[in-house]
Design a protein around this ligand. Structure first.
Ligand code: COS
Length: 390
């Protein structure tokens, strides 16, 4: 058994998308990853190329601009992109599993034609905006507001930590239409950026995934037509949570890509680097760390494939895959952090140097334990479901 590959056979179609993503990631993304990490610039050119390859709307039917493939194809491709650069992976994940998936589940045909097609084909960028400065894990308590005025909703408020916001053409926004109803007063809207009443707020200065572009969005009397409401009034919280289940499978795949990259670099280093007259892989202090990394990576992979299959089944038969998605995200993100931490230690000073990508893996891994639901929120979701409390 080598460092890569699942313990069960993938179909030819799955192997093809995996290889296409791997080749693209290694040829086009890996060489520019450090430069974009340093500058924090949004890698729009490679993202457009990913759109041409079908990577920005993998599960979206072809009639709506996507590649018409399944969830396993999506996680395989995303892992490969993230092995080269997690920041590209964030943009891909938000576009696919937060923005596009919301339209597939809740959009009208009109909305899909107008707002899904350009984003699934990668010609436009989609974002998802739930969080506010005082509303993170407790997502049902937001202070932004949408007030109906005839055929429009007038939206005011400040949203924060919006991935892809600096380059987003369209934003799926969650805001309050009826604060008294708490989470049942949240409604989802499709927002066109660059319209009056919409502007970017401060960019969020970040430890990792620096090229993915994250900022605040400010709404000042933004007038959103009623036909741009996604779902009914008050359905927004359920839409947000349903979509986050898909998003969490994406973040798990991102975490797996980071973990894998950290592991493969460590394995190679342990085979080559010598200390005290031996290859460092011959010391159990190193080799046992490699064993733990490999085991956690394969366990993450199986949890992710399981969640992908559960999502695929839910698409065909209905039902939720919340438990599978949260378990995959929890385990894979903690694995990414574990592996990135071990990789720095195994590489010693070189792990801390910007001459190698190891320190970037370490910085990029941390966010996977935080965004789209912290590890604590995943434990809450999993334990509530298991105890029958929800
Ligand atoms: N799918 C569909 N519906 C869901 C759901 C899911 N995964 N999770 C919750 N819901 C529904 C519940 O069924 C409930 O419906 P009713 O109003 O009909 O009762 C409603 O949503 C409220 O759920 P719940 O009572 O569990 O809400 P809580 O406020 O107790 O907890 C948590 C919800 C904490 C799990 C949720 O707020 C959460 O996931 N927070 C993290 C948010 C997050 O990930 N932010 C990152 C944003 S992206 S960077």
């Amino acid at each position: 058994m080598t460092a890569s590959g699942p313990s069960f056979e993938l179909s030819e179609e799955h192997k093809m998308i995996q290889k296409a993503a791997r080749d693209f990631a290694q040829n086009e993304i890996a060489p520019i990853a450090a430069e974009f990490d340093e500058s924090g610039d949004f890698p729009i050119d490679t993202i457009r190329k990913m759109g041409e390859m079908g990577f920005m709307g993998i599960e979206v039917p072809e009639e709506y601009g996507g590649a018409g493939m399944d969830t396993l194809s999506y996680v395989l491709a995303l892992e490969e992109i993230c092995k080269a650069d997690a920041a590209h992976g964030t943009i891909m994940s938000v576009n696919n599993s937060l923005y596009c998936y919301a339209f597939l589940r809740f959009g009208t045909d009109e909305q899909k034609k107008k707002y899904l097609k350009p984003v699934a084909s990668g010609q436009a960028i989609g974002a998802y905006s739930l969080t506010e400065p005082m509303s993170g894990s407790d997502a049902g308590t937001m202070s932004s507001r949408a007030v109906r005025d005839g055929d429009v909703y007038v939206i005011n408020g400040l949203k924060s930590w919006v991935s892809s916001a600096p380059k987003a053409d369209y934003v799926l926004l969650f805001t309050m239409t009826d604060p008294e109803k708490k989470h049942r007063g949240v409604t989802a809207f499709i927002i066109e950026a660059n319209q009056a009443g919409y502007r970017l707020g401060k960019p969020e200065p970040k430890l990792g995934i620096r090229a993915s572009g994250t900022s605040e969005i400010v709404f000042e009397d933004y007038r959103c037509p009623v036909e741009n409401r996604l779902g009914e009034e008050g359905e927004g919280f359920k839409i947000a949570m349903t979509v986050l289940d898909a998003g969490r499978i994406g973040i798990a795949s991102q975490a797996l890509g980071i973990a894998d990259a950290a592991y493969e670099a460590s394995l190679e280093y342990a085979r080559e680097r010598e200390a005290f007259g031996k290859k460092i892989g011959q010391f159990q202090g190193i080799s046992f760390q490699l064993a733990d990394m490999k085991t956690r990576i394969e366990a993450s992979r199986l949890l992710i494939y399981n969640a992908a299959l559960a999502k695929q089944n839910a698409k065909e038969k209905g039902g939720r895959y919340t438990l599978e998605a949260s378990m995959a995200k929890l385990f894979a993100s903690e694995t990414a952090m574990f592996c990135a931490h071990a990789a720095v230690q195994i590489h010693g000073g070189m792990g801390y140097s910007k001459e190698l990508p190891i320190e970037r893996f370490f910085r990029d891994a941390k966010i996977t334990e935080i965004y789209e639901g912290t590890s604590e929120i995943q434990r809450l979701v999993i334990s509530r479901l298991e105890l029958g409390l929800k």
